[in-house]
Design a binder for this molecule. Structure first.
Ligand SMILES: Nc1ncnc2c1ncn2[C@@H]1O[C@H](COP(=O)(O)OP(=O)(O)OP(=O)(O)O)[C@@H](O)[C@H]1O
Ligand SMILES: [Mg+2]
Length: 459
């Protein structure tokens, strides 16, 4: 993230509104430019596109919607927030079909203004990331494969960086399923001097004991019934490279003993073999169970645990770094856009809130699946919206805390109509446009909701 303040362009012909909005946004640390017509706004956009444009619906000269469309013609990824009076809400809604990302009804609360601008900024950040990821084809550093700028992911990355120089050190990666253990293991390998050699992987839980041992260490001809020929194991094939042992907690006792010997002496024998072979590999073990518990239960050797645990790297579950969800989502969208030749532009603010409120039991893998599913459900190039998300996700998110929906009464007073409209808009978005569901969320009858939708020009 940059340190320069975000640039906001305010477009309104009413001097008082320009002044109020400018003043409030400046107080919140934004860099604000204000103009009074669509023509001037377009000049600004052409010269130096703002991060967010706040655009009045009704303007003298070219009106708000035309300005919006021309501005998006110049900069398709521009985030535009419409400002409208009650009487022109339908125009604002129309503007959203043309690419505005949200609208505010005048008079609005200062808190609502700042919140809307912040949401718009988050949206434009995601869009820019997607655009950059789609065009920027530089060969990435192995560390770039680990996406996320949260403190905990930075810590993971810095640990991976430090491990690069010590390329014989054994590493134990801990983390829940889908959290990114494999991503981290590959980054460790490709950052290290071993990168020209292979990284091979085996899941210790996936094979029966004797097959697993021969997979890892190879076997001599005749070592067991099916061993018709000699076979090289993973440790031989990965010579000079790395071996990732996934679900190490499930390695059976025989394999544990052989692995311990390999780590201590750098030697091993094929199954049924007598010759000592040298192993030059880095072992990266991964587990989604607490190995110390297995040690306590007598299912995992304590001496092997200590050997593996030279460097322990914990990959946090996604619910502990939810702030990375927008960045991860942007990466995934860019990847699917590329793979499927699509042009999905981003995620609507409402959908993003659902993604950030979810607890992600399946971690980043689940996020990937959710986005992939949204790509399938959603044929167009626009944004991913709440209705493209899974029912669990939509159900899981509680309505936003009250203080956000009903902002504090400020100098301008609280406009009941405005609050009601916001609540209805929110409920409609959460329910994916389903009126019965939205009515249930609001605790009113469907008829009441329909009446109110009409009253606010939202039907
Ligand atoms: N920090 C990250 N940046 C980018 N992609 C990630 C990140 N973490 C996870 N992923 C993606 O999420 C998916 C699951 O990650 P990965 O396979 O590394 O999980 P895992 O921890 O090894 O899971 P399991 O325990 O089930 O093997 C992959 O598609 C991976 O590309
Ligand atoms: Mg894995």
């Amino acid at each position: 993230m940059t340190n320069t303040p975000a640039r906001i362009l305010v477009v309104d012909d009413e001097k008082l509104i320009r002044w109020h909005v400018t003043e409030r946004l400046q107080r919140n640390g934004f860099d604000v430019v204000s103009v009074e017509s669509g023509e001037e706004a377009l000049e600004q956009v052409a010269r130096l596109p703002p991060d967010v444009m706040l655009l009045d619906v009704k303007l003298p000269g070219i009106d708000g919607v035309v300005t919006l469309r021309r501005a998006l013609g110049l900069h398709p990824d521009l985030s535009v927030l419409m400002m409208s009076a009650h009487s022109t809400v339908d125009v604002a809604v129309e503007a959203m079909k043309h690419g505005a990302i949200d609208f505010l009804v005048k008079p609005f609360e200062h808190a609502a203004l700042v919140a809307a601008v912040e949401r718009a900024l988050a949206t434009s950040r995601t869009r820019r990331q997607i655009a950059a990821l789609t065009t920027d084809r530089r060969p990435a550093s192995a560390l770039d494969a680990i996406v996320g700028r949260s403190a905990s992911m930075e810590q993971v990355r810095s640990m991976v960086g430090r491990l690069a120089s010590s390329d014989t050190t054994t590493v134990l990666i801990e983390g829940e399923s889908g959290a990114g253990k494999e991503v981290v293991a590959r980054a460790i390998h490709f950052e290290s001097a071993r990168r020209e050699r292979p990284i091979l992987q085996v899941n210790c839980a996936a094979l029966p004991e004797h097959l697993l041992e021969s997979e890892l260490f190879g076997h001599e001809r005749g070592a067991f019934t099916d061993a018709h020929t000699q076979k090289r194991g993973l440790f031989e094939s990965a010579e000079g490279g790395s071996v990732m042992l996934d679900e190490i907690g499930d390695l059976p006792p025989g394999g544990q003993a052989k692995l311990l010997r390999l780590l201590e002496n750098k030697t091993f024998r094929r199954v049924g073999g007598v010759t000592e072979l040298r192993a030059d590999v880095r072992v990266i073990a991964a587990t989604n169970v607490d190995l110390e518990v297995r040690v306590g239960e007598g299912r995992f050797r304590a001496d092997l645990f200590f050997r593996l645990n030279v460097v322990r790297l914990v990959v946090p579950p996604l619910r502990e770094h939810l702030e990375d969800v927008p960045t991860l989502a942007a990466h995934l969208i860019a990847r699917f856009n590329q793979e499927q030749k699509r042009q999905v532009r981003g995620i609507s603010p409402g959908a993003m809130e659902l993604l950030k409120a979810y607890h992600w039991p399946g971690n980043v893998r689940e996020l990937r699946n959710v986005i992939e599913r949204a790509f399938i459900l959603h044929a167009g190039p626009d944004e991913i919206r709440p209705e493209h998300l899974t029912p669990e996700l939509r159900r899981a998110a509680p309505l936003r805390p009250r203080e956000k929906l009903v902002p504090a009464v400020e100098e301008q007073g609280l406009v009941l109509d405005d609050v009601e409209r916001k609540l209805i808009a929110e409920a409609m978005e959460r329910s994916g446009g389903n009126q019965s569901k939205a009515a249930r969320l609001l605790g009113v009858s469907r008829d009441t909701l329909r009446y109110r939708l009409k009253k606010h020009g939202m039907a």
